[in-house]
Write a protein that binds this ligand. Sequence first.
Ligand SMILES: [Zn+2]
Length: 306
Amino acid sequence: MTLPEVNRLYPTDDRCRELLERLRWPEGVMCPRCKDSRVSRLKDYARFQCSVCEYQFTVMSGTIFHDSHLPLPIWFLAVLLIVEAKKGMSAMQLKRTLWGEHRGSYKTAWYLCHRIRAAMASAEKAMLYGTIEMDETYVGGRQKSTRGHAGRIPYSESNKIAVIGIKQRGGELRFFKAEDVKSGTLAKYIKENVSEDVDVIMTDELPAYPGALAKAGQSRSKHKTVNHKQKVYVDGDITTNGIESAFSLLKRGIVGSWHKVSAKHLPAYLEEMTFRFNRRGRADLFIDTLRHMVTADPLTFERLTA
Ligand SMILES: [Zn+2]
């Protein structure tokens, strides 16, 4: 979907709502409260009323769009801009693109971005199989010098956040913000994301991996390692280059687009990055994102900023 196509197909609230209604209720409109399908459309067109419990609702009720006062065409453009930005887009950039330099509020744009991310996070994640590459990296942690000059002190391990990456070769990618990269933590993510029938798991020589695989119930014979310390990056077919290039895309997003990501909101950015990566090249990326927005639960501003 391109910008001119979105403008042509979804120029008004009514046109946007028609699509959202089809995505939310492919089998026909259903009352969100009592799940009955005996509903009638009210005169203002947007609202429905349930004949059983009398609840009045729109396609936006109880979804990511809940309580939003933004015109739907603006929502649609925001979704397109975000799903098409490979390295992500900052809320500030989105604000400038949709409303201009001096109009619109940063807070509105920021909340809008987070609601779209919450929809992305609701997507189902299948277990990975085949050939798996797994790696860990650190993001953030830059501190201003306290010594009064403009320089920055170097990265220190203590204030950086660990991100674990798992990628199926030719398949999907997962990123997780992790407390640490100890074997118990790695094991948890292997267990939750990697099928027991996986063929091979490739990692670097971090000493925690053998224990992690054992704890996750994976056979030792499936583990292949790349020795980065000895500058062996590709040993025949054994490489972690796939997950490493995914990490560099993530870091370019954090440094180049989002500038600064707090530890609290990092999981949301990781969800956005992997959602987009896993659907790259798919013609229905835009529609699929909207589908998640009318099937995911609302994200209130209070919960986001709690
Ligand atoms: Zn009802």
